[in-house]
Design a binder for this molecule. Structure first.
Ligand SMILES: NC(=O)c1ccc[n+]([C@@H]2O[C@H](COP(=O)([O-])OP(=O)(O)OC[C@H]3O[C@@H](n4cnc5c(N)ncnc54)[C@H](O)[C@@H]3O)[C@@H](O)[C@H]2O)c1
Length: 396
């Protein structure tokens, strides 16, 4: 949507989505934009920009079916002289070998002769302050010299931060994977290092503080890695490499460490709760989405922690004020979107899964010293008990 909005200030743009529900909700919030699920809108366009999901399946197998289906749809309408641009996160070669090949097969048009291909990664970070599209430098590339010129003409008007033109689409595709895999690997390093420090009483936050005084040290936060990018994209590169006979030791190890996060958090929480020696602890779990201040629940590590907690304990209430009814949660837990209906007095244990600003503000109004939140904000999964919350804070 941010791309559609930005482009609509310079070009005639129509948004197409196969989901009528998505179109309905976006039409309400963006009444001046043309958004439809009618495929006929693909007729007579000059440029097709595709940004469909690239998820993984149950066993982390990559799923490019949405990309294939979108290329098939465009293939029904694309004409000579048109540009096809992919923005989804993909392994190197997808734009050319998957999308280009599908369109060539469906039409009698040839890549870089009759129609043109481009790739540009989506770099917005949901929930981040820097999420204005024009303020983020955009990586672009094309299938030939003319495609690259078309890509520049398309993106230049909307990107103030400038364009970075790659020699090939494969470089641009790989660069997006590297950006996200770098984060996954570094977070895994901090998770692993931090776990050992925590186990032996070495304050990891202080370790980071000290290490940060070195000019070339990069600071990351420990935590559960979820969402549809960082927890997913490494599998796209792993599949690309393994199909070519390469094992990726570092990337696979990072995935193993971060995937084990929810399980480890669950055991730590149980350990701490068991120490309280309560017959039936009343647990409140606040914040479920994969990241602070976003509404997205995809691959959220908190979901896995909650599922284990509800198996083990009878009284677990989950609340995320950023989520409406959530089928994933309602099946097995008492879920609420309303913080206002809750009182900390009714619970023995408070776990903060995701520290949305509204949650921090609400806890603040419940009377816990503000000093505590500053610490909690940097720690992703925090447990505290409610024996008036004095001296019981345990950061996981
Ligand atoms: N959302 C982000 O902030 C972000 C950031 C960086 C990268 N990405 C990448 O962008 C891609 C899209 O991610 P997303 O989170 O926006 O996905 P999303 O699931 O939120 O939205 C994708 C939309 O595509 C629609 N769709 C699916 N198949 C379609 C088709 N054949 N034709 C038309 N519409 C179709 C879906 O109905 C859905 O509404 C992914 O590759 C993701 O990794 C997203």
């Amino acid at each position: 949507m941010p791309l559609l909005e930005a482009l609509s200030k310079h070009f005639r743009v129509c948004g197409y989505d196969t989901s009528a529900a998505v179109v309905n909700s976006l039409e309400k919030s963006h009444e001046f934009l043309s958004i439809t699920s009618d495929k006929e809108c693909l007729r007579d366009c000059d440029v097709y920009i595709v940004c469909v999901p690239t998820p993984v399946g149950e066993h982390n197998e990559i799923d490019i079916s949405y990309i294939k289906s979108a290329a098939e749809s465009v293939g029904d309408y694309i004409q000579s002289g048109n540009l096809f641009v992919l923005e989804s996160t993909v392994y190197p070669g997808t734009t050319r070998d998957v999308c280009g090949a599908i369109i060539e097969k469906k039409t009698d048009l040839r890549v870089s002769v009759d129609f043109f291909l481009g790739y540009s990664s989506e770099r917005l970070s949901p929930g981040s302050d820097q999420s204005s599209i024009s303020a983020i430098q955009k990586v672009i590339s094309g299938s030939c010299g003319l495609s690259k010129v078309m890509m520049k003409d398309l993106y230049q008007p909307i990107i103030d931060a400038g364009l970075h033109l790659c020699d090939s689409m494969e470089i641009a595709e790989a660069s997006k994977l590297l950006e996200n895999i770098q984060r996954d690997v570094n977070i895994a390093l901090f998770n692993e290092f931090g776990d050992v420090c925590a186990a032996y009483g070495v304050e990891f936050e202080k370790v980071i503080e000290a290490a940060s005084t070195k000019w070339n040290f990069h600071k990351y936060s420990r935590g559960l890695v979820g969402g549809h990018c960082i927890s997913v994209d490494p599998y796209y590169f792993m599949a690309y490499a393994s199909n070519r006979g390469h094992n990726l030791d570092v990337i696979s190890a990072a995935r193993r460490v971060n995937s084990a996060g929810p399980q480890k958090s669950f055991y730590k929480i149980c350990n701490e709760i068991d120490k309280l020696d309560l017959v039936e602890p009343r647990i409140l779990f606040l914040g479920v989405t994969y990241k602070e201040n976003v509404q997205d629940i995809r691959n959220s590590g908190s979901l896995k922690v909650i599922s284990r907690l509800t198996d083990r304990f009878n009284s677990v209430v989950v609340c995320d004020p950023l989520l409406q009814e959530s089928p994933e949660l309602s099946r097995s837990t008492k879920f609420s979107s309303e913080l206002g209906n809750l009182s900390l007095d009714d619970f023995d244990v408070l776990i903060i899964g995701t520290a949305h600003q509204v949650i921090i503000d609400w806890i603040g109004r419940q009377g816990i010293p503000q000093k505590m939140f500053i610490e909690k904000r940097v720690l992703p999964l925090t447990l505290t008990t409610n024996s008036q919350l004095e001296g019981y804070k345990i950061c996981l």
